[in-house]
Design a protein around this ligand. Structure first.
Ligand SMILES: [Zn+2]
Ligand SMILES: [Zn+2]
Length: 430
């Protein structure tokens, strides 16, 4: 793994690949147990998720890439070798990073020894220490956030969204690096400024289901300003969506188009100081992929921004009922102190059909009845419809996206429909 050669991972198992010889052949790491498939190398930059582990301790949720001395292939341990061919870029988990920052390398060695099943064996610990120090003693200042780690999802509530946004903007303005598309300082500053101006949207769970379902069938979409519910925005779905497992997306208007960024939540499963530090230094969201798009840019339906586009379109076509979430007083006061207008979070729900009430407003989350009653039926498909001056423009409109009645009344169906969720579609009734 070097900065000059593009890092590769296996498209099948998403493990980073090691290289052998020259010209290089790509091999799975030796400690990796696979089903025997041949590695299919693709550049890491093309993957949203890479199954990397912490190079210090083996933790499956590495957070930072550190640069240091080039530590050549060394293999130790018998219970699943931890170490090989690290090169000069090492992945560190949040816990190891916290110990390294605090000068507690002994704690990092404890973690590695535990992973390797070496216990307190003094000689083994010394070997690990030598290895770590060979890297750390030549470490270059700075670190890069690893954005491809598949963290367990963290729920973000509507009320938390202003804080989540502010922390993200601060991270963009900070000195920790980001890979690839977001390595550019100008883009980071633009996105940070855009986040400050952003309208905040929190998508409730039913609307998230609808948006995800609709995103899977999205046709090509021509980008234009009037698709967007605001000039700049940050939108959070109530759970990760699509196979990319995106939790949030932002759009930022620039002089010649927009930055669109997808995010995943980070830090799930951490606690104590490593979690505190991560929240303080990064926040809740890590950018997964970023693109620049321009007015009248045609984006294919399977574009990385499909979930965002589908959600915009559904909001634009009045499938949404948008209300404002209450923001707690402490947060409002802290905004007032810095002369910022009180933050507003728009909660997006499915617009209730005739005579019914949105179940989200009637039953509490976690209510066991909820999963039975709040399902909606979907038979939707996208159709390009003319709009705008002279009806010369076309945009996809989702047709007949859902039918819904009051929670306690069975839904009568007059068309073939498909239900989201685990239950099988019911036969037609009239
Ligand atoms: Zn593989
Ligand atoms: Zn670690």
């Amino acid at each position: 793994m070097t900065a000059t050669r593009q890092e590769m991972a296996c498209q099948i198992c998403l493990a980073p690949l090691n290289t052998l010889g020259s010209p290089p052949t790509y091999v799975h790491p030796i400690q990796l147990t696979t089903d025997g498939h041949e590695p299919v190398p693709v550049p890491v930059s093309q993957l949203d998720t890479v199954h990397r582990t912490c190079d210090f301790c083996g933790d499956p949720f590495p957070t930072w890439t550190l640069l240091g001395g080039d530590v050549a292939a060394i293999a130790i341990g018998t219970t699943g070798g931890l170490v090989q061919n690290f090169g000069h870029a090492w992945a560190a988990c949040a816990t190891c990073q916290t110990y390294i920052d605090d000068g507690r390398n002994d704690k990092v060695i404890d973690r590695a020894a535990q992973t390797l099943g070496l216990g307190n064996h003094p000689e083994a610990r010394e070997r690990i220490q030598q290895l770590h120090l060979a890297f750390l003693n030549t470490r270059v200042p700075g670190r890069t956030l690893i954005t491809t780690t598949a963290w367990p999802a963290t729920a973000i509530t509507a009320r938390e969204l202003p804080k989540v946004r502010d922390r993200l903007a601060r991270f963009y303005r900070g000195s920790d690096h980001l890979p690839l598309a977001l390595a550019d300082t100008d883009a980071r500053q633009q996105i940070a400024a855009g986040l400050d101006r952003s309208r905040l949207f929190w998508i409730d769970s039913d609307f998230t289901d609808l948006a995800e379902y609709a995103a899977q069938k999205l046709p090509d979409v021509t980008i234009s300003r009037d698709l967007m519910p605001s000039t700049d925005g940050l939108l959070v779905w109530s759970r990760p969506v699509t196979r990319r497992q995106i939790t949030a997306a932002s759009w930022t208007t620039t002089s010649d188009g927009w930055h669109l960024v997808n995010y995943r939540t980070i830090g799930g499963g951490l606690d104590g100081r490593p979690l505190q530090r991560l929240r303080e230094h990064v926040g809740w969201l890590a950018p997964m992929s970023a693109v620049q798009v321009h007015e009248q840019h045609l984006l294919p339906g399977d574009h990385s921004a499909a979930a965002l586009l589908a959600t915009w379109l559904l909001v634009a076509q009045q499938a949404a009922e948008v209300t404002t979430a209450e923001i707690d007083r402490v947060l409002r006061r802290s905004y007032a102190r810095t002369n910022r207008p009180a933050p507003e979070v728009r909660v997006v729900r499915i617009r209730a059909s005739r005579g019914s009430t949105s179940p989200s407003t009637r039953s509490a989350p976690g209510d066991p009845e909820r999963s039975q009653t709040s399902r909606f039926w979907v038979s939707g498909h996208w159709r390009n419809q003319p709009y705008g001056p002279g009806r010369a423009l076309r945009r996809p409109v989702y047709i007949n996206p859902f039918l819904r009645g009051p929670d306690d009344v069975p839904i009568k169906l007059s068309t073939t429909v498909r239900m989201l969720g685990s239950r099988k579609p019911k036969p037609e009734t009239s």
